[in-house]
Design a protein around this ligand. Structure first.
Ligand SMILES: C[S@@+](CC[C@H](N)C(=O)[O-])C[C@H]1O[C@@H](n2cnc3c(N)ncnc32)[C@H](O)[C@@H]1O
Length: 310
């Protein structure tokens, strides 16, 4: 099969490690869109709805600050305190070179850049979300500090050992081969670089039928237990691994998110139709129910890169 090259990421920016070119196969462009892409094509957190919310607040689009976006551009659980916690685990400071894997619309990436003055590269599989992230980043004037690269977490288009920190929030749940993704994170980190990420975790009580529904409805796949994640982090050479179980705290956070999605009804129906709105709220309710029942939860992992994997 002939390999095509993705050129959707911008050229190298000053101070950023240059990206490698990323091969994509022709089939990826002609076959039906993968479930995860389809899921984010129709996600209620999107660039258009963020801009509409800002307009309703009477914000001038020519005079926006990163803070103006924070209420809407974070697609993870726990809001800004969760990113602060991740930043502490990843030892992010002004001199850090940070990679945010599964960066979405770039909300956390912009937060790191604004809060710490560091450079951040965001990677996301969804081309539209990368483009939206770039536009939002330019709107708030952070385009010299934050760049977005359209790529798959299992095949990062960067040289070995170029980042001081790798972070990720609620994104790896979509990646079928989490071992490959964590291996790539280890590869692109400098020796003694830090990884910190949060993700869904399964418990032994999660049933096969429930796993299947999460995969079919939310493109959530191969969900790991805390022990499973510890094993792949160790295999990738990370040491001093810490795992914090966030499941209890997530119950309240997720109930609030369900309320937030319901409050976005008018915009979501206008954009994706009543049927998709109903479907999304129903599947989110199912997801929250699994967390309430202790079948699914979340955890924050952190560790230090070793000398790399052989
Ligand atoms: C729930 S969003 C999280 C976005 C962001 N981390 C945040 O906190 O706002 C998950 C993101 O993961 C991305 N994603 C899914 N699979 C991916 C993959 N294999 N490689 C890179 N990004 C991926 C999706 O496109 C989506 O934007």
């Amino acid at each position: 099969m002939k390999a095509l090259f993705c050129t959707t990421h911008p050229g190298p920016l000053q101070g950023f490690p240059p990206p490698r070119r990323q091969p994509y196969t022709r089939s990826a462009m002609t076959e039906p869109r993968p479930a995860v892409i389809d899921f984010y094509d129709r996600h209620p957190i999107n660039e258009a709805q963020i801009l509409a919310a800002l307009a309703r607040r009477g914000k001038d689009p020519r005079a926006l600050s990163p803070e103006d976006l924070y209420e809407w551009d974070q697609d993870h659980y726990g809001g800004l305190p969760a990113i602060e916690a991740l930043a502490r685990r990843a030892a992010i400071g002004p001199r850090s070179s940070v990679l945010d894997v599964c960066a979405g619309l770039g909300g956390p990436a912009r937060f790191f850049a604004r809060r710490f003055g560091c450079r951040v590269t965001g990677v996301d599989l969804h081309q539209g979300r990368c483009a939206g992230a770039r536009r939002l980043t330019t709107l708030v004037g952070l385009h010299r500090q934050v760049r977005m690269v359209n790529a798959d977490a299992v095949s990062l288009p960067f040289r070995t050992g170029v980042f001081t920190a790798v972070v990720s929030q609620e994104g790896l749940l979509h990646v079928p081969d989490k071992g490959a993704a964590i291996g790539e994170c280890a590869r692109v980190l400098m020796p003694a670089g830090r990884i910190a990420f949060s993700d869904w975790i399964a418990t032994s009580r999660l049933e096969d039928g429930e796993r299947r529904r999460l995969e079919e409805w939310m493109a959530a796949t191969t969900l790991l237990t805390i022990t499973g994640y510890r094993a792949i982090l160790a295999r990738a050479g990370f040491t001093g691994v810490e795992a914090e179980d966030l499941s209890a705290a997530w119950i309240g956070v997720l109930r609030e998110r369900l309320t937030m999605y319901r409050a976005m009804r008018e915009d979501s129906v206008a954009r994706f139709g009543q049927r998709r709105y109903d479907e999304y709220t129903q599947l989110y309710q199912f997801f929250v129910g699994l967390v309430e029942a202790g079948k699914l939860g979340g955890a924050r992992f952190s560790g230090t890169a070793g000398r790399g994997i052989s």
